[in-house]
Design a protein around this ligand. Structure first.
Ligand code: 13P
Length: 251
């Protein structure tokens, strides 16, 4: 059984102090986390405070990016080891905003993935098509390419903690969600691709999250789909009560 993974992606929102305030308000709203995992991808500058505030709660704290080198003259960059030392246990890689605004490519995602695995961070690798690609009938092809190239070099043994997030670019921050059936179709395709890239065992065990305008009122129907194993949530993860409702879906 794949344990549902409900992750917030705070993007460029919240200071360390605000992260601590969020967690203090969020924890009492949560039920038991025994059958699901809750996670928050926070800005680099909030990782340490968030990780301290989350200690003993079961909530995982992660970063939204890393650079793939261990250290060196890379002004402005942050390594996997640095986020790990600050308290991160997972990292979001290849988010469409990084691909769109900061030039992250599949090749870079694959290098960052190797760096994350080497530091034992849980990698959350994002894929997804744009509206133009979907309308051209290319969604599956685009996603297959992103998976093949972003996961290049990953061995089945190194993929034990791998998480994939399917985020259709046209559904991010737009209020437009893929219908549960539309999302399931793509998730099933992703699992098939994982099977051919990394084998059936990895494909069966890997959690595939859906992201794009996930809200308290659509999370349960998305997660009722066979191949949807969690959510990556932007806007609705910025408020403790809405993210708590999402984490408690179905309860
Ligand atoms: P929204 O939930 O705000 O649409 O953002 C989705 C997202 O990009 C999560 O990574």
């Amino acid at each position: 059984m794949r344990k549902p993974f409900l992750a917030g992606n705070w993007k460029m929102y919240k200071t360390g102090t605000e992260a601590v305030e969020f967690i203090k308000a969020f924890v009492p709203l949560l039920g038991s986390l025994s059958d699901r995992e809750a996670a928050l991808g926070v800005p680099f500058t909030a990782i340490a405070q968030a990780a301290e505030a989350a200690q003993g709660t079961g909530i995982l704290i992660g970063s939204q990016n890393i650079y793939f080198e261990k250290e060196g003259a890379f002004t402005g960059e942050i390594s996997a080891g640095m986020v790990k030392a600050a308290g991160a246990s997972f990292v979001i890689l290849g988010h469409s905003e990084r691909r769109q605004f900061f030039g992250d490519t599949d090749l870079w995602v694959s290098k960052k993935l190797a760096a994350a695995v080497a530091m034992d961070l849980i990698p959350v690798v994002c894929v997804g098509e744009t509206l133009a690609q979907r309308e051209a009938g290319d969604a599956f092809k685009v996603i297959s390419g992103q998976l093949k190239n972003s996961l290049a070099g990953l061995t089945p043994d190194a993929a034990v903690k791998l998480i994939i997030a399917y985020e259709p670019v046209w559904a991010i921050g737009t209020g437009k969600t893929a219908s549960a059936a539309e999302a399931q179709e793509v998730h099933e395709h992703i699992r098939k691709e994982l099977s051919s890239l990394l084998g059936d065992k990895v494909a069966e065990a890997t959690r595939i999250l859906y992201g794009g305008s996930v809200k308290p009122d659509n999370v349960a129907s998305l997660l009722s789909q066979k191949d949807i194993d969690g959510a990556l949530v932007g806007g609705a993860a910025l408020k403790p009560d809405s993210f708590a409702q999402i984490v408690k879906f179905g309860g």
